[in-house]
Design a protein around this ligand. Structure first.
Ligand code: GLA
Length: 384
């Protein structure tokens, strides 16, 4: 048993007085490159990390639903009827939202309730998709237990639907896709329009490199504020340029975009168009084993997010600058922005000194103490 399964097994027994039918897990993700491109039908290159949500689940013969998590150990009660009416809130909105979205997707509302215990070591609010991890863990569990036969792409769509509707965050499909399509030592190259997936071997180990994540502890919220605003700017830009999505523009269209669009919308569009190109160039570089080229694309992506998309914050910029000064192969903020994490691709022996340097820089500014840790590209969601 993994630590996560032991924790949920014990909690399940305590809360519900029986043993679960099984265990499932789904990882969080970090995005290597391709930011805010997912809801523009573009390209992303995340990987599933070695931190996951584990669930213990048993189907019930009635319509009751009971949920408990190791965060507070308090049992939350619901039932199929409330789920149908989308009557849920708090953390239970993630698992219940998935149940609701399964009904919408399959056209048949599930007829049996369930008991679920949840444990997670994906840090919450850090931009590592703790919410996608819980959604996908519950989705794979219910897919197996209810014999739904849904594909991984279906499960990702269901998770995004749950997130968009149940939780109210207007996010794209990257996080759920990374969580279900992840593979050890590889990144998930995803075309967000077709959901075509290719696992791209990373070779970090062989090159003696690690991916250091630095959680700035600056909190972000995607249901409101900047994220939604950027999404709207992209939609405006696509409409003004007469294309279904910004994915349909190329670098060659940028001069025309600059003539047509107001300066702010133009900068948003420019980020998306250049970022899509950087993802494609990154995949080519990784396939060619050219990690240094990939590193320069990471750096360029950060500049684009800082100056054109304007979703960085001083803490993220400081991590990136510190990493670059310390000789990182590449560094950038990752995720939705306005806080959360930055990543740096570094030689293994440089990770701890860089973490220490970043702690020092944050202390000098009087900022909240950052949390650095390394992540490994890992397998996606499934039964344990
Ligand atoms: C968040 C969203 C994703 C994606 C990223 C930005 O993580 O959940 O869908 O839009 O931001 O790339």
């Amino acid at each position: 048993m993994t630590a996560g399964t032991e924790a949920v097994a014990a909690l399940f027994g305590r809360a519900f007085g029986s043993a679960p039918a099984g265990f499932w897990r789904a990882p969080g993700r970090v995005n290597l490159i391709g930011e805010h491109t997912d809801y523009n039908d573009g390209f992303v290159l995340p990987f599933a990390i070695d931190r996951a949500t584990t669930v213990a689940v048993t189907l019930r013969d009635d319509s009751r639903i009971r949920l408990v998590s190791t965060f507070d150990g308090v049992v939350v009660e619901s039932d199929l009827d409330r789920v149908r009416r989308r009557d849920f809130d708090g953390w239970a909105a993630y698992p219940l939202g998935v149940l609701w979205a399964i009904g919408e997707h399959t056209g048949r509302a599930p007829e049996r309730g369930f008991d679920v215990a949840v444990d997670s070591d994906v840090p919450v609010g850090a931009g590592l998709s703790s919410s996608a991890a819980i959604e996908m863990a519950v989705a794979v569990a219910l897919n197996d237990l209810l014999g739904l036969g849904l594909t991984r792409a279906d499960l990702a769509r269901i998770g995004r639907r749950a997130e968009n509707i149940a939780v109210g965050a207007p996010t794209g499909i990257m996080d759920q896709s990374a969580s279900v399509f992840g593979q050890a030592d590889a990144a998930v190259f995803l075309d967000c329009r077709t959901l075509a997936v290719e696992q791209v071997p990373l070779g970090f180990d062989a090159a003696g490199l690690v991916l250091l994540v630095i959680d700035t502890k600056v909190e972000h919220q995607h249901a409101t504020g900047g994220y939604r605003d950027r999404r709207e700017a992209c939609e405006r830009g696509a409409a003004a340029m007469g294309v279904p999505a910004l994915r349909d523009l190329t670098i060659d269209d940028l001069p025309r975009a600059q003539q047509h669009l107001d300066p702010v919308t133009y900068r948003r569009v420019k980020h998306i168009v250049t970022e899509d190109a950087r993802v494609l160039a990154s995949v080519a570089a990784l396939k060619a084993g050219d990690l240094h080229r990939f590193g320069t694309l990471m750096d360029a992506s950060h500049v684009s997010m800082r100056d054109d998309f304007e979703i960085s914050v001083p803490q993220l910029d400081a991590v990136v600058e510190t990493a670059q000064a310390a000789g990182a192969i590449g560094a950038r903020m990752t995720g939705g922005g306005f806080g959360g994490c930055a990543i740096a691709l570094v030689h293994a022996q440089d990770a701890e000194p860089l973490a220490e340097r970043v702690r020092q820089v944050f202390a000098d500014h009087g900022w909240h103490e950052p949390v650095p840790f390394t992540v490994r590209p890992s397998d996606g969601a499934g039964a344990v």
